[in-house]
Design a protein around this ligand. Sequence first.
Ligand code: DQA
Length: 153
Amino acid sequence: MIFFVPLVSQIYVNIMRIQIINGPNLNLLGIREPEIYGSKGFEEYLHILRDKYPDISIDYFQSNVEGELINKIHEVGFDADGIVLNAGAYTHYSIALMDAIKCVASPVVEVHISNVHQREEFRRHSVISPVCSGVICGFGLDSYRLAIESLVH
Ligand code: DQA
C-alpha cells in the first residue's frame, strides 16, 4: 500500500511590530500651533516613516480619549515589539496611563514633538517617564523616528 504524505512547509517570517499611539489633540497636527508642532499632518509623516522602515510593521492609533489610549496599550502591549507613545497633555497628569504602561510587557518609548523643557513649567513634569523605557523630545516629528531607532537597536 502506498501512502501519500502531504508535504506541509511553513515559513515563519519574524517581522518587527511597532505601535505608534498619539494622544489628545495630535489628530490636529499640521493645523494645530504649527510654530510649535510643524505644518505636516501625521498621516503624511506616517508614509515617510513606513517607507523608511519597509521591514517593520508600523501600526498607528490616535485618540483624544484617555480610556481608549489605555485600551490600545492593553490590546497591543503583550505582542508589539515596542510602543511609541505621545500621550499629549495626559503625559503630565494621567496616573491611569502610567499604570497601563506598567501593566504591559512591551517597551514603551515616550515621545514629544516639542522640547517640553523649554516650555511652560507644567510640561516639564511627566508622570509616565518613570515607567517608560526612554524619552525622546524636541526633534519635531523626527522624534518618532528616533524612538523607532531606539527600539530597533
Ligand atoms: C506634546 C507636548 C505636550 O505638553 C502637549 O500637551 C501635547 C504635545 C508634544 O508632542 O510636544 O499635546 O506631547
